[in-house]
Design a protein around this ligand. Structure first.
Ligand SMILES: NC(=O)c1ccc[n+]([C@@H]2O[C@H](COP(=O)([O-])OP(=O)(O)OC[C@H]3O[C@@H](n4cnc5c(N)ncnc54)[C@H](OP(=O)(O)O)[C@@H]3O)[C@@H](O)[C@H]2O)c1
Length: 287
């Protein structure tokens, strides 16, 4: 089945009620041919004080996805956590991000430095962290990511914080090198804070929309959220995360050093919100 169709089928299955799609690849969405991204990735607290231990705990407890970036200055700590977990490299999915640069060779140097810091030969997903100030700059950095893909340094490539015009720049930049479109656009999304037109544009283009900061703008004490949480015997945070996932949107979240939050993140595929609950949660903060 073509990747787009597979993705559509997966999303369809998700929306009509299967709480655990794609069991053959774990709980994952196909972002590029044969590349399955887990629905939940571990991000990191801002101060990085516990990054290595968080990564190790996440992987030892069964987590698959890791989200990092050149700009987080924590990649050697992520590598330490991976090594300490003793997990096989192929059993985990590493996303990282490079800064955008006007010149292709500088962007490519960041790709190589990312891999050096992560002590790995390849990452599963390499993103442009945000667009450059100019259309040409974004196109140049996108060409660098395509070269990285062609050299096997990344299994898939994508973007982050891209608006519609930035996607057009990447698409322009892609033409010289075979027209590879971004597999993913990672953007801020949470209950009460979402960009529906971008979500729909990504769906139309076959780009996987991924959410970051899925809890950052959420009022976990909101009575409507708490009512749904009580009905499922889950925490308000789990409901807020499940609301995103149930739209077929994978996410990166940061449970920090909390064992309890990590455990909660690992059971997000074990329950399902009803259509009425989804609607009630979507109404929070809308208008
Ligand atoms: N592409 C980009 O530009 C971009 C930008 C921002 C983030 N990101 C990525 O997205 C990841 C997540 O974003 P974020 O760090 O803003 O985190 P988030 O997941 O939205 O929020 C994290 C905070 O929520 C609280 N929390 C986490 N799990 C919880 C639970 N089960 N119950 C109650 N509270 C819980 C914790 O706060 P307390 O510690 O205060 O309890 C934690 O620090 C980042 O780590 C990063 O990898 C990407």
């Amino acid at each position: 089945m073509a990747p787009g169709l597979f993705r559509a089928a997966l999303l369809g299955a998700f929306l009509i009620g299967s709480a655990t799609p794609a069991p053959a690849h774990g709980w994952a969405v196909e972002i590029a041919p044969g590349v399955f991204m887990p629905y939940v990735s571990l991000g990191h607290p801002d101060d990085n004080s516990s990054t290595a231990a968080d990564v190790e705990m996440w992987l030892r407890e069964g987590g698959v996805g890791l989200d990092t970036a050149w700009n987080y200055h924590n990649q050697p700590l992520v590598a330490t956590g991976i090594e300490r977990s003793k997990r096989a490299r192929e059993s985990i999915f590493v996303t990282t991000k490079i800064p955008c640069f006007e010149r292709e060779e500088i962007a490519l140097a960041f790709v190589l430095d990312d891999l050096r810091q992560l002590r790995t030969k390849y990452v599963d997903l390499m993103l442009l962290h945000s667009p450059c100030a100019s259309h040409e700059g974004t196109a140049a950095s996108w060409r660098a990511l395509q070269l990285a893909l062609g050299r096997g340094l990344a299994r898939a490539i994508g973007v982050s914080n891209f608006a519609q015009a930035d996607l057009a720049a990447a698409i322009d930049g892609s033409k010289a090198l075979g027209g590879v479109l971004p597999a993913v656009n990672q953007c801020s999304m949470s209950i009460g804070h979402r960009d529906q037109p971008m979500l729909e544009l990504c769906r139309r283009l076959g780009i996987t929309y991924e959410a970051y900061s899925p809890l950052r703008h959420v009022q976990l004490s909101d009575a409507r959220l708490l009512a749904v949480a009580k009905a499922h015997g889950k925490s308000a945070a789990q409901i807020a995360l499940r609301w995103i996932l149930q739209q077929g949107v994978p996410l990166a979240t940061s449970p920090g050093a909390s064992h309890e939050f990590t455990r909660q993140d690992l059971e997000l595929d074990t329950f399902e919100l009803t259509p009425a609950e989804m609607d009630a949660l979507s109404a929070i903060g809308a208008g």
